[in-house]
Design a protein around this ligand. Structure first.
Ligand code: GYE
Length: 306
């Protein structure tokens, strides 16, 4: 509407754009695949692409965005590491006339809004991902009572919050499943392994792990095997993303499922930016549709995995 047109910075139609992509960290294959997708898209989309890496620090990501604003970028693509700390930087970019597209993670909707503070959020439905992981578990788990350890993603990030919500909603009122303990593994393999080692000692009766991403699921598999447990036999693991290692773990019988969360945001970002420059009103949430990887299709998807 009129209010949107007045508050969102416009974007000129031109052949080349200086584009900022302020990556949050590069310590896992998902984020490396995402950065590569932006780099692979740059030439064909006319982007002079500036990429930064905040190394897992929201404060560093804020200062990366501020230096991009100072450099005079035309457009900003941002995966806010956590839901709150990046909001002031998003608002500063918009105030400097830079259209901002949030990619793969969103911000606190009570504090910043699509169509006002930023153009749109491009990404998956994380609540639905958590729900689908739970539904697969409910349908396939063969034990009598599911005792779950939940490895949560980065505290305060939109995928960690929402993947928890979706999973919790799906098992609410189901007496067969109980979450023994939930703890953050920061979406990282090493942290997932360390947290799993600790929680395994506290809860030796665990027979299910729900990991908010594949890296933590792989870390959990390592911790379980080191403790003499048998992933896929006495502990069933459910996860999200669709990395190569996760597909291989499914093929090896150590992981039950991974709900897809695609990192390939380059082409979608190009398309959305061009639509915006052409004067289209962009939907507040440009939704990514995700598949699910199971023992039935893991092998055929391995070659295209990252
Ligand atoms: O699932 C995880 C990554 O924000 C959707 O971040 C993304 C998540 C992804 O670190 O592996």
């Amino acid at each position: 509407g009129v209010a949107q047109a007045q508050t969102l910075p416009p974007l000129e139609q031109k052949d080349s754009y200086t584009v900022g992509f302020a990556q949050s960290e590069s310590n896992n294959p998902w984020r490396i695949a995402e950065t590569k997708s932006f780099q692979d898209t740059a030439a064909q989309c006319g982007w002079n692409l500036i990429v930064t890496d905040a190394g897992g620090s929201a404060a560093k990501q804020v200062s990366d965005v501020d230096s991009m604003i100072a450099q005079g970028i035309d457009v900003l693509f941002l995966p806010p590491r956590e839901e709150d700390p990046l909001i002031p930087a998003v608002k500063r970019a918009a105030a400097a006339g830079i259209p901002v597209f949030l990619v793969d993670r969103s911000v606190n909707p009570d504090v910043a809004k699509a169509g006002t503070d930023y153009v749109a959020f491009l990404g998956s439905d994380f609540v639905d991902q958590g729900k689908r992981a739970a539904e697969y578990m409910i349908e396939h788990f063969e034990g009598d009572a599911g005792k779950i350890i939940e490895l949560e993603g980065t505290t305060g990030s939109s995928p960690a919050n929402d993947r928890k919500t979706g999973f919790d909603e799906a098992i609410a009122g189901n007496d067969k499943f109980e979450i023994l303990e939930s703890r953050s593994g920061d979406f990282s393999r090493d942290e997932g392994r360390r947290v799993m080692e600790t929680l395994l000692q506290a809860h030796p009766d665990v027979n299910i792990v729900y990991a908010h991403n594949d890296e933590m699921a792989i870390g959990a598999i390592q911790a379980l095997e080191a403790a003499g447990r048998k992933p896929g036999e006495d502990v069933w693991i459910y996860s999200i993303d669709g990395t190569r290692d996760a597909l291989q773990a499914i093929i090896d019988g150590k992981l039950e499922v991974t709900v897809e969360s695609s990192p390939f945001f380059g082409p979608l970002s190009c398309d959305t930016m061009k639509r915006y420059a052409a004067g289209e009103t962009i939907e507040p949430w440009v939704k990514v549709e995700d598949r699910i990887f199971t023992p039935e299709n893991a092998q055929e998807n391995l070659a295209g995995a990252y």
